[in-house]
Design a protein. Structure first.
Ligand SMILES: Cc1cc2nc3c(=O)[nH]c(=O)nc-3n(C[C@H](O)[C@H](O)[C@H](O)COP(=O)(O)OP(=O)(O)OC[C@H]3O[C@@H](n4cnc5c(N)ncnc54)[C@H](O)[C@@H]3O)c2cc1C
Length: 479
């Protein structure tokens, strides 16, 4: 769930509110005839597709779910949908946090989850070609046999798909060194709304012919085309044990300044995660450990690959310079315990109530200032905002814990002020979770009218009938 849900934003998916029409019946019939055995109308399955992990739910179930197995299934679905003017919501594992896979009345759900084949692994070219439905974790288990991995590492990697990661340009813990999903995709094959197949990108490392449509499709949230095949750039698995560093600080300000100093020094750390005092307090309670005795903020850093130990020494020095109580280890068991502290943050907060996880990103030099702004928002709005942060890339997850049935107005007000702060310091509304349904009301604030118009124009070129995931990213135009 996101604060944006109730903040006066129009969150309709664009699906008609009225019951199924005659055309809807004809569409389902046409799908059944063209795709025998692939079309599901079981009410339980349809209801599951009205939600993802954002907390948003559509009012009415979609018409049908097409469980695509082949590219031809996707093409056929698109041809039928465009002939009838019926919207398509592409859905993979449904773990999205922005409402992107939410489908409502009058819409077809196109599930890519069964298109999960590994078509090629080429150690020579350091690439893999896969279907979009493969889970990130399954792919990486297969790649490990070749000493390779696909770097995008959302915390959901065991439950989310490669296609979903690409459609959302997912991030994760290792982005500071290995980049977001965009850096790890070479080529995409997509089916357009009218059923045409388009191949974008290259198998080569370089390639600059024409506009980079492959890059445009990454993060397009299912609104421009349906990804049916992906060529992924692979990395060799890092050599040797990583060095893991945990540091407690007296204040989040010290921790944030230490993180910024590590970045400014150019240290290529793999992971740098910050927890503030309210998060640490929740983890302490959940894990029954007296963590607050050791400090009021925690920074976890990991250095991997050749030279990890030397790099770790430099990082430890920076952390100590900023007042950190530092522990560094290359012992696997102890490293797992340090990582477990950070991993406990979400479950610890979930134990306290319903979570509204926000996702702003700011320039890394503005981290300390952003934590100060969050503390000011807490005081101004009478809320507590425990915040975890991928400090290596300036991506914060300020989190609202709601214990009442209704989400209090002060939470919406604080969230809105948080977005305004992010934009004011040169940041963004969303570092990795996407716009979807839930943040589209604020998108014009970030893009401005000219860019918004260009972006709507791009959508119209790819999908002139507006059938692919309508109402996502952009609010429906009323005029
Ligand atoms: C516990 C948890 C932890 C998470 N941690 C992270 C994290 O660390 N970093 C992060 O970035 N996200 C995280 N997420 C969010 C989510 O897992 C990611 O956004 C993920 O990439 C979504 O993948 P999915 O397969 O579930 O896609 P879905 O939720 O099914 O779909 C997401 C969007 O992609 C579109 N889409 C899916 N497949 C295709 C396709 N083949 N072609 C075109 N469009 C498509 C859909 O229409 C929708 O708009 C987390 C979620 C959970 C529940």
């Amino acid at each position: 769930m996101s604060p944006s849900t109730d903040a006066g934003a129009d969150v309709s998916t664009g699906a008609p509110a009225s019951g199924p029409s005659e055309t809807d019946g004809r569409v389902v019939e046409a799908l059944r005839r063209a795709l025998p055995g692939r079309v599901v109308t079981d009410p339980e399955v349809l209801t599951a597709c009205t939600a993802d992990r954002s907390g948003h739910r559509a009012d009415a179930p979609p018409l049908a779910v097409v469980e695509a197995r082949e590219v031809a299934d996707v093409q056929e679905t698109c041809r039928i949908a465009s002939a009838h003017g019926t919207p398509i919501v592409t859905r993979a594992a449904g773990t999205g946090l922005a409402g992107g896979a939410v489908a409502g009345g009058g819409e077809i759900v196109l599930s890519t989850r069964s298109m999960d084949r590994i078509l090629e692994i080429s150690p020579a070219d350091r690439l893999a070609v896969v279907g979009p439905g493969i889970l990130n974790g399954d792919l990486n288990r297969a790649l490990a046999e070749h000493g390779l991995w696909w770097a995008p590492d959302p915390a959901s990697r065991d439950i989310s798909t490669v296609g979903g990661n690409i459609a959302m340009n997912a991030g994760g813990l290792l982005c500071a060194k290995y980049g977001v999903t965009r850096e790890a995709v070479l080529a995409l094959t997509v089916v357009l709304a009218d059923g045409r197949v388009v191949e974008t990108g290259h198998r080569t490392v370089k390639g600059v012919s024409g506009y980079d449509l492959c890059a445009l499709l990454i993060g397009s949230e299912g609104t421009l085309g349906i990804i049916v095949e992906a060529t992924l750039r692979l990395d060799p698995l890092p050599e040797g044990p990583p060095t893991t560093i945990g540091a407690f600080f007296d204040s989040v300000d010290d921790a944030a300044r230490a993180a910024a100093a590590i970045t400014a020094a150019g240290h290529r750390i793999a992971l740098m995660e910050l927890m503030d005092e309210p998060t640490l307090a929740a983890v302490a309670e959940h894990a029954d450990q007296d963590l607050l005795r050791r400090g009021r903020a925690h920074l976890l850093v990991q250095c991997d690959g050749p030279g990890a130990a030397t790099l770790a020494e430099a990082v430890v020095a920076v952390l100590r310079d900023h007042g950190g109580d530092v522990e560094a280890t290359d012992d696997e068991q102890r490293a797992a315990e340090l990582l477990a502290l950070r991993r406990a943050a979400l479950p610890a907060l979930e134990a306290q109530g319903t979570l509204l996880v926000e996702d702003i990103a700011v320039p890394r030099s503005r981290l300390a200032e952003t934590f100060a702004a969050i503390r000011e928002l807490e005081a101004a709005h009478g809320v507590t905002i425990p915040t975890t942060c991928h400090a290596g890339d300036g991506n914060l997850h300020p989190t609202f814990v709601v214990t009442s049935e209704e989400i209090p107005a002060r939470v919406w007000a604080a969230a809105e002020a948080l977005f305004a702060h992010a934009l004011a310091v040169g940041g963004t509304l969303t570092g990795e979770h996407g716009i979807g349904l839930l943040k589209r009301a604020w998108l014009p604030d970030e893009l401005g009218p000219e860019q918004l118009q260009l972006q709507r124009g791009i959508k119209a070129v790819f999908d002139p009938q507006g059938l692919l995931n309508p109402g996502k990213i952009f609010a429906q135009e009323t005029a």
